[in-house]
Ligand binder design. Sequence first.
Ligand code: ATP
Length: 124
Amino acid sequence: MKEEKEKFSLKKRAASFRFAFQGIKTLLQSEHNAWIHLTATILVFCFGFYFKISSQEWMTVCFAIGFVFSMEIINTAFEKLCDFVSPEKHELIKQIKDLSAAAVLIAAITAFVIGCIIFIPKIV
Ligand SMILES: Nc1ncnc2c1ncn2[C@@H]1O[C@H](COP(=O)(O)OP(=O)(O)OP(=O)(O)O)[C@@H](O)[C@H]1O
């Protein structure tokens, strides 16, 4: 069966942006970890301005921050999907949740290492 292509609509594009922002709101409302990431982000921005880091360093820092937030959002989506699909305990659900939490951990460790590489030489 041939799928009919939908016409481009600015209204619909604007709506999908609104839904995406709704996702960010849900993240901040339901995830305490997101508040920790947000606090770390504000601190890193303060350090960045204080130490006048270079454009390249800003790009790396922004990329690391975006990476951590994106992983946290995907992890939250997986957690909610798991809770919806299987409210009862299940070994596979445990593995899925643990794997998606591991993705956030790896992203956070990467961002931490980047932060150390950029800021430690400026602090000492
Ligand atoms: N339905 C389930 N079946 C089996 N194990 C589960 C289930 N729900 C949670 N777990 C286990 O408990 C851990 C914590 O799950 P939970 O959904 O509470 O996440 P969380 O600790 O609240 O994560 P976050 O702090 O990122 O929100 C999971 O990583 C998993 O090991």
